[in-house]
Design a protein around this ligand. Structure first.
Ligand code: NAD
Length: 496
């Protein structure tokens, strides 16, 4: 891997991408983009308002209804999507450097977990475009009845700041493969790579208006997209709070379809016969990779009472020695929280854990050592003696804070695991695979990992049960979310 300190950042064109043009926002708004590891300003990005969103939606509508995209064959769409994925992959270091500087994650995480994941998803869906098959239906009577699968239309993709490139691509891949057009609204905190993606899509030959990029605040830009009567679907990744607003926006406008990928409070269940060395390492990275800013972060570790003390002690020891610091330094294991606001939120949760009686076993405070004093760093924090009803065991912290809980038997483990409003992911660690499978069926979450954690593949669906959301990213299931079904009946002439 290249040493990121030898690379120079290359900013995108700092304009909205609408209808293949780079445009100033109508009201001239800007988003100040900062580096959370140093507190320094990187640039001002354009900030869209409702008028800009309307221009972008009109461009996407025109591209869908009357542009070349709508007339293009599926395999040709797939070919353009593949070219797009190749360009993202070719520019991976440039994109990763921008993301590391803007988000505070390490360059390694930006490269592998964010940019490569995005490029890979575009490539996977490029292959899927030509495989969207209709059906001939076995109806009664003299009919030839087909089910056509058609694109849902104009998609608003609203994405968060924790994996800005990957999550954007997880939505662009299936939407474009299905034949939809898109208005992408990145988070106000991390708009840079989305602007690059807009430019790369044009460079790949994807026609103007098919992908429009409008960075902006949740209100007004996100709200305008969610309430726009000409948007057919919103594909959203973010918080439950915003998802509720989107539901209101859909209900108040055209009942647009929604895919919602929301938060989590994922449990890792450690049975006494687990391979401890592997499980400790997986629990460590499960919470501290991407500085805990992962929707499926393994933020609760549930350990059988026989193993609890030894297991949690090893985990806390590992956390105390984690290398926190400059995200561009190759040996750094954890970078900075994305913003001062996020830092305050995380520190607030740490205080609530202490106040409710949990025991700090590692970290438990801001990291202000040396140059880190200027940035948004938190020490990797491990809490022991956490009870299921505590806030740090119930609420998504979205930071490097791990809650360790005890259980006495498997049924209690499952009760604790299922005992939050979330249901995104879980893991089970045991050498008894039959037992693990039996337990997996009882866990109410969209993903269960057995003797592993945080494994992703473009072919495997990702998404939640309960308040963790509706619909799925990745896999052919995601593609179905951008298609709608049309039954076409042809009455056949009577047979001679
Ligand atoms: P957020 O909900 O605050 O923001 C997400 C996006 O929604 C941003 O682009 C934001 O500008 C926009 N937004 C905010 N208010 C809006 C409104 N009223 N109308 C329309 N859009 C609006 O979430 P966040 O803080 O950016 O991200 C963190 C959350 O995302 C966490 O809860 C995390 O678990 C979740 N997340 C989920 C997944 C997943 O795949 N399940 C992945 C990553 C993050």
């Amino acid at each position: 891997m290249t040493d990121a300190r030898s690379l120079s950042p290359q900013l995108p064109t700092l304009k909205l991408v609408i209808n293949g043009q780079f445009m100033e926002p109508l009201e001239g708004g800007v988003l100040p983009v900062t580096n959370p590891a140093t507190g320094e300003k990187l640039c001002d990005a354009p900030s869209a308002t409702a008028g800009d969103v309307d221009r972008a939606v009109q461009a996407a509508r025109a591209a869908f209804e009357s542009g070349p995209w709508g007339r293009m064959g599926a395999r040709e769409r797939g070919r353009l999507l593949r070219r797009f994925s190749e360009l993202v992959f070719q520019r991976r270091e440039e994109l990763a450097l921008l993301e590391s500087l803007n988000n505070g994650k390490t360059f390694r995480e930006a490269l592998r977990g964010d940019v490569d994941s995005g490029a890979s998803a575009l490539s996977y869906f490029a292959d899927q475009a030509g495989r969207i098959l209709g059906e001939v239906l076995p109806v009664e009577g003299p009919f030839l009845t087909c089910c056509l699968k058609e694109p849902v239309g104009v998609v608003g993709a609203i994405v968060p700041w924790n994996y800005p490139t990957a999550i954007a691509c997880w939505k662009l891949g299936p939407a474009l493969a299905a034949g939809c057009t898109v208005v992408l609204k990145p988070s106000e905190l991390t708009p840079l790579t989305a602007l690059k993606l807009g430019a790369l899509a044009l460079e790949a030959g994807i026609p103007p208006g098919v992908l429009n990029v409008v960075p902006g605040y949740g209100d007004p830009a996100g709200e305008a997209l969610a309430r726009h009567p000409d948007v057919d679907k919103v594909s959203f990744t973010g918080s439950v709070r915003t998802a509720r607003r989107l539901l209101q926006g859909s209900a108040a406008s055209n009942l647009k379809k929604l895919t919602l990928e929301l938060g989590g409070k994922s449990p890792q269940i450690i049975l006494p016969d687990a391979d401890f060395a592997r499980a400790v390492e997986a629990c460590f990275w499960g919470i501290f990779s991407n500085k805990g800013e992962i929707c499926n972060a393994g933020s609760r570790v549930l350990v059988h009472e026989r193993a609890y003390d030894a297991f949690v002690a090893r985990l806390a020891e590992r956390a105390r020695h984690m290398r926190v610091g400059d995200p561009l330094e190759p040996s750094t294991e954890m970078g900075a929280q994305v913003s001062a606001r996020q830092l305050e939120m995380v520190l607030g949760y740490i205080e609530s854990g202490r106040a409710q009686g949990a025991k700090v076993l590692a970290g438990g405070e801001r990291d202000t050592e040396g140059a880190k004093a200027r940035g948004c760093f938190v020490k990797p924090t491990v809490f022991g003696e956490v009870l299921p009803e505590m806030r740090i065991a119930q609420e998504e912290i979205f930071g490097p804070v791990l809650s360790c809980l005890r259980f006495t038997d498997e049924s209690q483990a499952l009760e604790i695991a299922n005992g939050t409003p979330y249901g995104l992911a879980a893991s089970i660690w045991t050498e008894d695979v039959a037992k693990a499978h039996a337990m997996a069926r009882k866990v109410r979450s969209g993903v269960v990992w057995i003797n592993c954690f945080n494994e992703f593949d473009d072919a495997a669906p990702f998404g939640g049960y309960k308040e963790s959301g509706w619909g799925r990213d990745l896999s052919h299931h995601a593609l179905e979310g951008y298609l709608q079904y049309k039954a076409v009946w042809t009455k056949l002439p009577a047979s001679p």
